[in-house]
Design a protein around this ligand. Structure first.
Ligand code: ARG
Length: 266
């Protein structure tokens, strides 16, 4: 009898042990994936090549960071205004999307260390008045009452429409026109449906380069000063620290500059 009890007890302990160990094993496996929320409509940070592969500065950084951390990489391409929500819904554990740090967004997600300086600029037809202006006040005056396009959910939208959280007063009388991508906004500009597009400077330069006979970008005036950072789920300090450490390694070993220079030169 005693023997049977002993055997039973051993068995119970064993089963508990295996269950606990098994669970931990699973937990580890699932957290070994870097699930990246992004919007591949933002060259040179994220866009798709002819074969549908996600490429660009952020995408290469994502893959280098995953390599350093020993994580599998999964890219989830979605509309830009869904990126923050994907983190909140825990459908991704990091956002890498040329994402600007803002106090408003900090209410929903945590930002890792900044890695790139950014500015909003104005794109217009070559002949448009805004292309000749060299100061902020006159440029804002020219934008007043105009039809202005931007990608939905981006800094540019808040800048045009005004937003307390972003501390933007908005542009007087401007008619705001949201598009699913910067490219769609540029198309509308070329078709005469809108007067100007506001978008981040480095993507602006790339969009204009493709259509330089028709459109131009005013690089003399920066409408905003921003910084990009990767974002994680609120309070996921552990992942943020890991990402920051990996980013530091990539800066120190020259890989970061190599990636940026591959896609963009000043
Ligand atoms: N920096 C701007 C923002 O955070 C635009 C980012 C757009 N990114 C993209 N992948 N489409 O709002």
């Amino acid at each position: 009898m005693k023997k049977t009890i002993k055997l039973l007890l051993t068995l119970v302990v064993l089963v508990i042990g295996i269950t606990l160990f098994g669970c931990r094993g699973n937990g580890n496996n699932s957290s070994k994936e870097l699930v990246v929320a992004t919007n591949c409509e933002f060259p040179p940070f994220e866009y798709t090549d002819k074969n549908g592969k996600s490429i660009g500065i952020d995408m290469e950084l994502a893959s280098e960071i995953a390599k350093i951390l020993g994580y599998d990489l999964k890219i989830k391409d979605m509309s830009f205004d869904a990126v923050i929500g994907a983190l909140e819904a825990k459908q991704a554990n990091v956002a890498m999307a040329g994402l600007t740090i803002s106090e408003k967004r900090k209410e929903s997600v945590d930002f890792c260390d900044p890695y790139f300086d950014a500015f909003q600029v104005v794109i217009g037809l070559k002949s448009s008045k805004a292309m000749e202006i060299d100061n902020y006040d006159d440029l804002i005056k020219e934008l007043e009452g105009k039809k202005i396009g931007f990608q939905n959910g981006t800094t540019a939208q808040y800048f045009v429409e005004g937003d307390e959280g972003w501390e933007f007063p908005g542009i007087n009388g401007a008619v705001s026109k949201g598009f699913t991508s910067g490219a769609a906004a540029i198309m509308a500009l070329r078709n005469g449906q809108i007067d100007y597009v506001i978008i981040d400077k480095v993507p602006a330069l790339q969009f204009v380069e493709k259509n330089k006979e028709e459109i131009s970008v005013n690089i003399d005036v920066h409408l905003t000063e921003e910084q990009y950072a990767f974002a994680v789920q609120k309070d996921d300090k552990e992942l943020c620290e890991k990402i920051n450490a990996a980013l530091k390694t990539l800066k120190e070993n020259g890989k970061f500059t190599e990636i940026v220079n591959k896609y963009y030169s000043d």
